[in-house]
Every structure is written in structure tokens, then in C-alpha cells.
Design a protein around this ligand. Structure first.
Ligand code: ARG
Length: 290
């Protein structure tokens, strides 16, 4: 016990509990920026594939070091965005709702991921509606937060609700830099704890949403962390939490402090090269829920 503990509580009373996860990742062996489908992508700027692989490897190693199970899907030449596995689908209880990409460049990824899910024992729900998987759908407790505005359609929100029989909360993104929900919201406690769903909490960037969505978020998540525009703009929210450890961008220094204040354990992993494609830590991570 530190001598200051009586007067300066450094850690909150809440004990954060790590949950073991299974993730799907894709080594960015064919990573490049050859087209532009979001404001971050500039094909004229050079990319360094080896650097992307090294940075990706650090994320992979961090997950393994924390005791998580990481599975891999083979990268396909000509599909440089496949590294962003979060977009490959959305999985709960052994059921995989497949992705149907908005832009032609990524359309072939949909069937490639569905094939992997089927070959690995998931029951696949083939989507009729345009949706980009866990990029736009986030499980918080027993509710699915669903993003729209840039990629996934409102119809896909209805469809995913039918597939999983869960409540779906639609949220509208309005800032083109934050075109997927996982760039504007980080789920900190995705699974219900012994105390029930009230333990499920999030961090988000209010300005990434329209006024109605901001009101919905404020009402549902009164204890949420609001991150600064500066931290949002470096993809600070595109992070991955296991309930205790939160892997975040080293540039999101304010968010790091907010997490520590709440008793989480932030771990910095730099994916600067993958940010050239408009993706970060969460984008490179798809949760496989059996
Ligand atoms: N270049 C990819 C795209 O624009 C990046 C995807 C990022 N993924 C994410 N889950 N936010 O589709």
C-alpha cells in the first residue's frame, strides 16, 4: 500500500475483470492503398507493406500475451483491405451474419469470410442487405449498437435483429472521417457481468453522431467516457477491450488517462501504417463468439 493511498485514491474501487476472447485476424501481406473509399486513403502516398506486417504482428503478439486465442484467415492477393477483419461479419453464439460490402473493391471479401466461418464451424446467415460486419455492429451487453450513414444500411439493422433476435439500436454517423461505428465507439465491457447488463459500458465521440443518436447514447450510457476530438481524430476509439486491458493507439493520450481513471489497463500498440488505409486496432480484430 502506498503511503498516499488514504488521501489520493489512484485506482477506483471497481475491479476490472478480464474476459478471455477469441479473435480473427488477417496478416496484411498484400497491404497497400490502391483505391480510396474513405478520407484516410490516399493512393498517391506510398505504403510500406513490411512495416504494416510488423505493426500488425505487435497487435497479434499483444493478444497472445494477454492469453487470448487468435485465429487467422489467409490474406488474398488483390484484397488489401482484408486485414480489417472486423468488417468480415458479426458473430454471436456460433452464428455468423455475413458482410455485404458497400464498395466494389471489397465485395469479394464477403464470400471469402463466409467461407472461413462455415469451414470453422459457424452457421452462416447470408446477408441480403449491405453491411460491414463488426465495423458497424457492436455488442454491448445484450444489445447490438448499429451504425449507418456511410456503409451499413438501415435495412441491415432490421436484418441483423431478425438473425440474432436481439434489440438493435440504430445510430447515425455524420463525420466522414468516422465512417464505421467502431471508429466512433469503443465497447469497454462487452459482456454482461454478475451485476447484469448495467456493467456494459462504452466510450464514444459525441460529435461523430447526429443529434438524435447523441441523445440516445446519453440516455443509454450515462456513465460513458466521452473522448476529446483530438483523441477521436487519431482513431483512439478504434480500440479493443477485454473488460480490463484496452489496446489503444499511443496517440490517444487523453483517452489513455480516462481509461486509467476508470480502472482499465490501457496498452499502446501503434498501427500507423494501417491507418493509411483508414483502419486501426479494432478494425484488424473480429470477435469470434462461439
Ligand atoms: N479501407 C477500409 C475501408 O474503408 C478500412 C476499414 C476499416 N475497418 C473498420 N472496422 N473501421 O473499408
Amino acid at each position: 500500500m502506498s503511503p498516499h493511498e488514504n488521501t489520493v485514491p489512484l485506482a477506483p474501487a471497481t475491479e476490472r475483470i478480464q474476459q478471455r476472447r477469441t479473435y480473427l485476424m488477417c496478416r496484411p501481406e498484400h497491404f497497400t492503398v490502391s483505391y480510396s473509399i474513405n478520407p484516410w486513403m490516399e493512393p498517391a502516398n506510398p505504403t510500406d507493406t513490411d512495416k504494416a506486417v510488423r505493426q500488425w504482428q505487435a497487435l497479434y503478439d499483444a493478444y497472445i500475451g494477454l492469453g487470448h486465442d487468435v485465429q487467422l484467415i489467409d490474406p488474398i492477393e488483390g484484397l488489401p483491405d482484408m486485414v480489417y477483419t472486423a468488417n468480415g461479419g458479426f458473430l454471436i453464439d456460433g452464428v455468423a451474419y455475413g458482410a455485404k460490402f458497400r464498395f466494389d473493391e471489397r465485395v469479394p471479401e464477403g464470400p471469402a469470410f463466409m467461407e472461413w466461418f462455415a469451414a470453422n464451424g459457424f452457421q452462416v446467415a447470408d446477408p441480403a442487405e449491405v453491411n460491414e460486419g463488426e465495423g458497424d455492429f457492436l455488442l454491448v451487453g445484450d444489445v447490438i449498437l448499429a451504425g449507418t450513414g456511410f456503409r451499413s444500411t438501415g435495412d441491415s439493422h432490421r436484418e441483423i435483429g431478425e438473425v440474432f433476435g436481439k434489440e438493435v439500436v440504430s445510430l447515425t454517423l455524420v463525420d466522414p472521417r468516422f465512417y464505421h461505428l467502431d471508429t466512433a465507439i469503443a465497447v469497454l465491457d462487452p459482456v454482461e457481468g454478475p451485476g447484469g447488463v448495467e456493467r456494459a459500458n462504452i466510450a464514444y465521440l459525441p460529435g461523430a453522431f447526429d443529434a438524435h443518436s447523441q441523445a440516445v447514447l446519453a440516455e443509454r450510457f450515462p456513465d460513458a467516457i466521452h473522448v476529446s476530438d483530438a483523441d477521436g481524430a487519431v482513431f483512439g476509439l478504434n480500440s479493443s477491450s477485454d473488460g480490463r486491458n484496452v489496446i489503444i493507439s499511443p496517440r490517444a493520450t487523453g483517452f489513455e488517462r480516462q481509461l486509467r481513471e476508470r480502472g482499465y489497463h490501457p496498452i499502446a500498440v501503434d498501427l500507423s501504417e494501417l491507418l493509411l488505409g483508414g483502419g486501426g486496432i479494432k478494425c484488424c480484430t473480429l470477435e469470434l463468439r462461439r
